[in-house]
Design a protein around this ligand. Structure first.
Ligand code: R5P
Length: 293
């Protein structure tokens, strides 16, 4: 197998290639003056199985097109198979038509990924809410790995709060909160979240947290608004320590600073979003999955 990467997949690709002792192909990329992207794989890929790393964080539209160009180039060059390694799969949250005439992005993006020539997909903690499994939106085999076990281990090492209560901010976060609670042997509570707009949410719930530590678990933190509302609520309820554990730390608009100002002690996250390399790496779990395949 060969490993290659788009511009938001390099760090993980290098790490996984190093772990597995696999050759790494660095594609040539450039952007035309009018903004179109160009990509070329400079090596012979005929008959090869190739893993393409690309995260879809921060500039998902450009990164998705870059991914499809790269996959098309590999297929055109005769690659035998392509496995897309997309640790952060953007657009999964729009999984329904909430208002008339909206797209169901969570279904469309997988179709685009597949149509480029992807034979298999590996992703991490895909946002599954109304769709319950990657196979609800992908027709090719799609493996949804989880960073929750390595993040929970990091929490245990760093914070080691045996009295912590694991808190899921909303219904869909329950799937990750329950896993973490199970791993930490901790109680778990899932709150009710009402979204009032792109940057505005309201949290409701009744928890006996006075004098206790809380660990808020979610798949994504973006603007941090969800976390901030939960942190404020937990403080009101008397929690004496508040940590957060999140797979995909998008952290836009100074979200981390705002969460810390609201009273967050520690944010534990993975490196599915490029630029979060000081955190827990998912490289080992991706390497294990590629080795098995
Ligand atoms: C959505 O339901 C996700 O699980 C996260 O709760 C959400 O994306 C976080 O977004 P933000 O940080 O902007 O509140």
């Amino acid at each position: 197998m060969l490993i290659t990467f788009g511009s938001a997949g390099e760090v993980l690709a290098r790490s996984v290639a190093g772990t597995l002792g696999l050759p790494l192909l660095e594609p040539n990329r450039r952007v035309f003056p009018d903004g179109e992207q160009y990509i070329r794989v400079g090596s012979d890929v005929r008959g090869q199985d190739v893993a393409v790393f690309q995260s879809l964080a921060y500039d998902p539209d450009r990164l998705l097109i870059e991914y499809t160009l790269l996959v098309d180039a590999l297929r055109g060059g005769g690659a035998r198979s392509v496995v897309g390694v997309i640790p952060y799969l953007a657009y999964a949250r729009q999984d329904s038509v909430f208002d008339p005439n909206e797209p169901v992005s969570a279904k469309l993006i997988p179709r685009i990924i597949e149509s480029a020539g992807t034979d298999r997909l590996i992703t991490i903690d895909m946002h599954l809410h109304r769709f319950k499994s990657p196979s609800d939106v992908f027709t090719v085999p799609a493996l949804n790995l989880s960073a929750m076990p390595i993040l929970a281990e990091q929490y245990r090492k760093l914070v080691h709060s045996s009295a912590a209560t694991v808190v899921g901010p909303d219904l869909e976060s329950g799937q990750w909160a329950r896993v973490v609670a199970g791993l930490l042997d901790a109680p778990c509570m899932v709150l009710e979240k009402e979204r009032l707009g792109d940057r505005d949410v309201r949290i409701r719930g009744e928890l006996p947290l006075k004098g206790k530590a809380a660990l808020v678990v979610d798949d994504i933190v973006s603007t941090g608004k969800t976390m901030i509302e939960v942190i404020r609520w937990l403080k009101q309820e008397g929690a004496n320590r508040i940590d957060a554990l999140v797979t995909h730390a998008l952290l836009v608009e100074e979200a981390e600073e705002k969460m810390k100002n609201a009273g967050l002690d520690e944010l534990i996250c993975s490196d599915t979003v490029p630029g979060r390399q000081g955190t827990v790496s998912v490289a080992s779990i991706i390497a294990r999955a590629l080795k098995k395949s």
